[in-house]
Write a protein that binds this ligand. Structure first.
Ligand SMILES: NC(=O)C1=CN([C@@H]2O[C@H](COP(=O)(O)OP(=O)(O)OC[C@H]3O[C@@H](n4cnc5c(N)ncnc54)[C@H](O)[C@@H]3O)[C@@H](O)[C@H]2O)C=CC1
Ligand SMILES: N[C@@H](CC=O)C(=O)O
Length: 429
């Protein structure tokens, strides 16, 4: 049995607490699998006095979180604080510069600073591991970095936010309100410190940019992700989608497109015969299409203390075994700038929902905007009273360039006939 892997742990919230519990519960098994014990030696968080339901007295408490990077004899720093910059980034930089291994669940930091941190890790010959940063407990990073490493990936897409999926599937199953279900997701520990990151699609975009870098061998390009969230999806949209044979899911998609990489997070209509339509609750699922392996589907718990801790500790076991390679599946200098694809060239079908005033000529106005932009309508459904006194019109388009739908919506912007903003959802093809 080798010497223990000594861990300094920053952050004792949902995930940090889960890591301590997991290491306690599965201690013997983990030691046998890793070939050596994994021991937490020091911890740090904002509030020392808070009861976290775990015994912290056996670890050294460090008030100054940044100093964990140089804690005597620590081999690895685990960062479970969160935030793209601030103390998490300081800790990452200093730990890697000091040649310590670094494990994090922090997708925001990796989306913004992943390339720099990968360069630092390589320069110091240190491990930088972040399985928990994408899709919680699902070993999708390992799956793409290792299992699918021989393949050119044509497209990677999936459900990357547990909070949104929990909300959308509860709204569908129970007909409940958005705000009420969000509060439940927060209570279960799924939501980010700032839940707008979840519901506005930012968290899924962080994850998508990391996955895309690994899948396509490109530098993480979070700024190139087109982002839309679920805040404006109504129970009526979900019911309308169901009547058409779809479920509403927040889906992130990355694929090679005209002039570069296409990356988008947006609510989609997912056909009922697609596996993503059956992913419910806080479950995540990722599909990767490889040129030799074909379609891979990774599915499992995308958030919560246990699943996320499982991914963090898996990274620690890899480090204990001495099994770690390039963080983004190839050396940082091999990652090329992604470039940004022109989404207007992309072809697809769309769902459009308008709430309009119940007056003569409204339908004709919408139809004219579609016609002039070259959008072909597959079906149009008008429903009775919407919540704000208007009438709901739902349109499903035939396949066509996305630019045409954008032009039609632009033309209708500010129309006196519309009550509020239209909602666009792409249809997963
Ligand atoms: N909760 C989840 O299901 C998942 C979370 N993550 C990521 O894991 C990380 C941690 O998330 P949670 O455990 O949910 O967060 P949390 O809010 O439950 O815990 C954060 C911890 O960091 C500490 N902290 C905050 N600011 C600090 C500071 N300035 N200095 C020192 N300590 C500080 C807090 O005291 C707390 O112990 C985040 O990056 C999050 O995005 C990733 C996957 C799933
Ligand atoms: N807030 C995130 C947690 C995991 O990354 C989510 O809801 O998926």
């Amino acid at each position: 049995m080798g010497d223990a892997l000594r861990v300094a742990l920053a952050g004792l919230g949902t995930v940090g607490g889960g890591v301590i519990r997991l290491l306690d519960t599965n201690r013997d098994l983990i030691t046998r699998r890793a070939g050596r014990p994994i021991e937490i030696v020091a911890v740090s968080a904002r509030d020392r006095t808070k009861d976290r339901g775990v015994d912290l007295s056996r670890f050294a408490w460090v008030d100054d979180t940044a100093s964990l990077a140089s804690y005597p004899d620590a081999d690895v720093v685990v960062e479970l604080i969160g935030g793209s910059d601030g103390p998490a980034l300081t800790l990452a930089r200093t730990a890697l510069d000091a040649g310590r291994g670094f494990v994090t669940a922090n997708k925001a930091m990796l989306a913004h600073h992943g390339l720099e941190l990968a360069q630092k890790a390589e320069a110091a010959n240190a491990a930088l591991k972040f399985e928990a940063a994408v899709a919680g407990g699902i070993p999708v990073i390992k799956g793409l970095r290792e299992g699918a490493a021989a393949n050119a990936i044509a497209r990677v897409y999936g459900i990357l936010n547990g909070t949104c999926n929990f909300i959308l599937s509860k709204m569908e199953a129970e007909g409940r309100d958005f705000a009420e279900v969000l509060a439940e997701a927060q209570a279960l520990g799924y939501a980010e410190a700032d839940p707008s990151f979840d519901i506005d699609g930012v968290d899924a975009a962080h994850k998508l940019s990391i996955l895309a870098a690994i899948a396509f061998g490109t530098q993480p390009a979070f700024g190139d992700v087109a982002i839309g969230g679920v805040r404006h999806v109504l129970a009526a949209d979900i019911a309308q989608a169901a009547s058409l044979g779809y479920r509403v899911r927040l889906v992130g998609v990355a694929e090679e497109g005209a002039g570069g990489l296409f990356q988008r997070v947006h609510p989609h209509l997912v056909p009922l015969d697609h596996p993503l339509a059956h992913v419910t609750g806080s479950t995540n699922a990722v599909v990767a299409e490889g040129n030799f392996v074909g379609r891979l589907l990774f599915q499992g718990a995308g958030a919560g203390d246990g699943p996320t801790a499982s991914a963090v500790v898996a990274d620690l076991i890899d480090i204990a075994r001495g099994e770690y390679g390039a963080s983004f599946a190839m050396p940082a200098h091999e990652l090329i700038p992604a470039g940004k694809a022109d989404s207007g060239e992309r072809r697809g079908r769309a769902y459009l929902r308008f709430t309009v005033q119940d007056k003569v000529g409204v339908l004709a106005e919408i139809a004219a905007a579609m016609r002039d932009a070259g959008v072909s309508i597959e079906s149009l459904i008008q429903r009775g009273e919407a919540a704000d006194g208007g009438v709901m019109i739902a349109i499903v388009t035939h396949e066509g360039p996305e630019r045409a739908v954008a032009q039609a919506l632009e033309r209708l912007r500010g129309s006196q006939s519309l009550v509020g903003q239209p909602l666009l959802m792409h249809i997963l093809g």
